[in-house]
Design a protein around this ligand. Sequence first.
Ligand code: NAD
Length: 553
Amino acid sequence: MSTAGPRPVRAARGTELTARDWSTEAALRMFHNNLDPEVAERPDDLVVYGGTGKAARDWNSFDAISRELTTLAPDETLLVQSGRPVGVMRTHEWAPRVLIANSNLVGDWATWPEFRRLEQLGLTMYGQMTAGSWIYIGTQGILQGTYETFAAVANKRFGGTLAGTLTLTGGLGGMGGAQPLAVTMNEGVALCVEVDPDRARRRLETRYLDEIADDLDDAIERCLAAKRDRRALSVAVIGNAAEVFPELLRRGVDIDVVTDQTSAHDPLAYLPKGVALADWHDYAAKKPDEFTDRSRESMAEQVEAMVGFMDRGAEVFDYGNSIRGEAKLGGYERAFDFPGFVPAYIRPLFCEGKGPFRWAALSGDPKDIEATDRAILELFPENKQLHRWITMAQERVEFQGLPARICWLGYGERHLAGLKFNEMVASGELSAPIVIGRDHLDCGSVASPYRETEAMADGSDAIADWPLLNALINTASGATWVSIHHGGGVGIGRSIHAGQVTVADGTELAAQKLERVLTNDPAMGVIRHVDAGYSRADEVAAERGVRVPMEGS
Ligand code: NAD
């Protein structure tokens, strides 16, 4: 019987253990941190980000996971099945302390209606990517990737800067909220359409967004003035993207870049036009099929406008939320006329094993992150882009929950960072251990034909062996917790992906584990892209010594 209910959750800080050792303490703190009101979008519902991405299935499961992590021994492993703790088994000290499987369904059953049926029965939950695997670090987690993506757009089309350009986008949620700051970091102007004023205000409060306009006319005026002056500015307008995008196209507003990060991957998390904000959740819960039809029709209208902007010469791309797939289901035939962001801008990085490496300071002390920032700059003195990123992040990123940092690193780099942090914990330079993880949106950890593996050179987009091998090798290499999820950012039936988190607690054992995990995890990205025939991945494997038995055959 479910009895426990919502209450404010905040991770413990400082150096005192509440669990038996730092590996379980780390899992406990990160689990709780995901639900910190500063971090989670809807903590009372256990929803962290990305539509309905949850950290635990229900509040009873929350309590049971917390209890088990508090008492778990260093040779035991907790098994979590879609947000519910289902077993504790005797393993060994190199084994992960937690193994997590979220939202997985057998192929033919992998549909939203079947998922929702099972969810309503209390048998599963949506884990998104880092919600159910306890390594979400707030909007910063996506910021660098978003910043790099807009930098790639700037390089491709606008001579290396977005100054003097206007970017239109939708959605200011947990991830989408990174867009305005990423655009202004690239010196451009962003116009963000968000239907929920509270979400927009939250971005304003955390300095991701500069201004909220009074209405559409006011928003256009502010944006065009800033564009004319080549002044960086981000402006939100409260409205429905399915109405505002076509209206901006109709008015012929001079927009240079168009994308979207509403929660389109889940039709119940996208508000159809004509539905009041206040009726959203009730309507979606009571009539999910009708709601889905209406939201897909609205997405079709939004995407039609996006194609209209493309036809007028704007740079248009899908930002990993499946809006093209949903618009197509909504009846719009040209939905796939514009590309996804991975084949357009990110794949060359994946060939080098590069991806969203991140870490959090378990002490809760921002000084620990400052020290790791300095260490990263010293470790990679020649990497100018990384220096620019860390400097800007220090100036402009507000921490949410435990202080954390994201910084894309590749094969041959990540383990150096991990070992350095571990040394800094051992020497006392850092006041407490650090957890090191990453998004599931990484080079070798995801199969997702509408996103990370869209348009692979050998057509292997839907091959899902790679994320499973990734989870297995991380388990075999000493990661502290490992997860396998389905659905993530693109929705049920559309992706399989894996994650790992490893603790740097300053011990020699942690150093050995970190070296293996942070070498093997990005190596998966290199071998995945060698296998698919990317010559850059061949070069990286040869230069950096990644063993690929059948390379070239
Ligand atoms: P979220 O649920 O926190 O936020 C979605 C936002 O969209 C909400 O603020 C909501 O009010 C708004 N919205 C919904 N319908 C709208 C409409 N019709 N018009 C205007 N606004 C509307 O989700 P999130 O964490 O911000 O993620 C957004 C999407 O991006 C998801 O589909 C997610 O899976 C995807 N995603 C992409 C990446 C990436 O790297 N590209 C990474 C993570 C997530």
